[in-house]
Design a protein around this ligand. Structure first.
Ligand code: SAH
Ligand code: SF4
Ligand code: F3S
Length: 473
């Protein structure tokens, strides 16, 4: 079977969109997004399809179509979603023709599908991340009273992953100057704690020419900040005949004409190469930000996690990145309390964090996911011990973030004015090249423009600055 959804199948979806649009008179739709940027990117495509179907987008759960685009990575994320879905019983009672769809990563879990079928009967359909391109067909089916759609892409409630790439879906971007562009889907890594590979299928890379064409299109549309997405962008191209690897793809992207920055996430340390870091260093168009999740500083835990690198391998990459890009912003993900983590293992994580001095960290307490290998591992540490470790890690990182942020004070940096802010007197937000958040005052017409900003204050989480129109960039 081809790696791509055929043009004929996509044409059928377009026909379904037209048929829905023909019977639509001002109905509304809401896509509620949880989880990572990959889900944000998928939601923008679902919104694109809804707009083509004549829906007016809102952010109210009273909308005629409500799609919950869900995350399954940790248990509390799932519980939150069940709460949200439970609440929709009331909106559906008020508006019995309301269409409720559960989409995203939870849609790929057999246990979730069962629970929805059993206890959340007001949900009309469940889609997973590999089948949401069929949204038009699903909505048309529901409108025409075809109940079979609720089991789309499943056999006896078990997902048969589509595992193909759908090109050419319409897109409705939330922020016009920012684009999420997936370069690949799925994951082959099977880190032992992680459920994502079971839900998003195996790695499949888009054609480089399709990606570069999309970059050109968004830049022509005025996009200034483009993030290339994949669970592990560094394995881009390994599943294709195409010669291009991720560094090659970045190079192609950097040659597109226009004023914009390219970012990417996520990189797996085991596949992060010197060539990638050299490519970043060579092109000013590639943002000086590397999100390189380390997960733990203990080699013993890294092995149990099936991460396939050691703390020292990781530190070598960091040292090289800093050597070729002294101004690089480094961020990471860390899991505290992986099964069997001892105080000594955890101390090694603290040591690594202290050595790297990340600009910021995303920290998580381990959450057991049924079906993953780690779920069967002995986990003697108590929840109290884990949260105590978690707090120590956050405390250490806060000190480091504050120190890193303070280094910006007095400097003038080029930022992209991002949107409207909510922090006291500061009505705008901006992002530095490395992705740090800046609060400032200024005219709303600056949103979407690159501006020099002099940094005047720093906090643990963000910077404060003022427009520095007369300063040198
Ligand atoms: N593909 C990316 C992101 C995966 S999910 C990567 O490899 O980095 C984002 C983060 O969630 C992971 O980096 C990890 O730190 C965290 N995570 C994943 N599964 C988890 C679990 N079971 N419990 C706690 N955190 C988890
Ligand atoms: Fe999960 Fe690991 Fe894949 Fe990231 S690389 S999605 S953490 S299995
Ligand atoms: Fe969550 Fe799925 Fe992303 S599980 S973190 S939304 S890949």
């Amino acid at each position: 079977m081809s790696k791509f959804v055929s043009e004929r199948e996509m044409q059928y979806q377009r026909e379904c969109m037209q048929r829905v649009a023909a019977q639509n008179n001002g109905r509304t739709a809401f896509v509620d997004t949880y989880g990572c940027q990959q889900n944000e990117a998928d939601s923008e495509r679902m919104r694109g399809m809804l707009v083509e179907m004549g829906y007016i987008l809102t952010d109210s759960s009273d909308a005629d179509v409500v799609i919950i685009n869900t995350c399954a990575v940790r248990e509390n994320a799932e519980n939150r979603v069940f709460g949200v879905i439970g609440h929709l019983v009331h909106t559906k009672r008020k508006n019995p023709s309301q269409i409720i769809i559960l989409a995203g990563c939870m849609g790929g879990e057999a246990s979730v599908r069962e629970r929805i079928k059993r206890s959340y009967r007001h949900v009309d359909a469940v889609l997973d991340t590999t089948s949401f391109w069929r949204l038009p067909e699903v909505i048309l089916g529901i409108l025409e009273g075809d109940k079979t759609v609720a089991e789309i892409n499943t056999v006896d409630g078990v997902v048969t992953p589509d595992n193909r790439i759908a090109e050419g879906m319409p897109v409705q971007r939330v922020v016009p100057h920012k684009a999420w562009i997936s370069v690949m889907y799925g994951c082959n890594n099977f880190c032992t704690y992680c459920i994502v590979p079971y839900l998003r299928g195996r790695e499949r890379s888009r054609r480089s020419e399709d990606i570069v064409r999309e970059i050109r299109e968004v830049v022509e549309d005025g996009c200034k900040d483009i993030t290339l997405l994949g669970q592990n962008v560094n394995s881009y191209g390994k599943d294709s005949d195409d010669e291009t690897d991720f560094a090659g793809l970045l190079e192609m992207a950097a040659h597109v004409d226009g004023e914009f920055l390219i970012r990417f996430m996520t990189s797996h340390p085991k596949d992060t190469t010197i060539r990638l870091l050299d490519t970043m260093a060579a092109y000013p168009r590639i943002a000086r930000h590397l999100h390189l999740p380390v997960q733990s500083g203990s080699d013993r835990i890294l092995k149990l996690m099936n991460r396939r690198y050691t703390a020292e391998n990781y530190l070598e990459l960091i040292r090289y990145a800093r050597k070729v890009m002294p101004d690089i912003v480094l961020t990471s993900d860390i899991i505290v309390g992986f099964p069997g983590e001892t105080e000594e293992d955890f101390r090694q994580t603290l040591d690594l964090v202290a050595e790297v001095e990340y600009d910021s960290l995303f920290t998580f307490i381990y959450s057991k996911r049924e079906g993953t290998p780690a779920a069967k591992m002995e986990d003697p540490a108590s929840p109290e011990e884990k949260s105590e470790r978690f707090n120590r890690l956050i405390e250490l990182q806060n000190t480091i973030s504050m120190k890193k942020h303070s280094e910006y004070i007095g400097k003038t940096v080029t930022t992209l004015i991002d949107g409207e802010g909510k922090r006291g007197q500061y009505n705008l937000t901006a992002r530095t090249n490395g992705g740090r958040l800046v609060h400032l005052k200024g005219d709303k017409s600056l949103i979407g423009k690159y501006m020099p900003v002099r940094i005047t204050e720093a906090t643990t989480w963000s910077l404060v600055g003022e427009l520095a129109l007369n300063d040198q960039k």
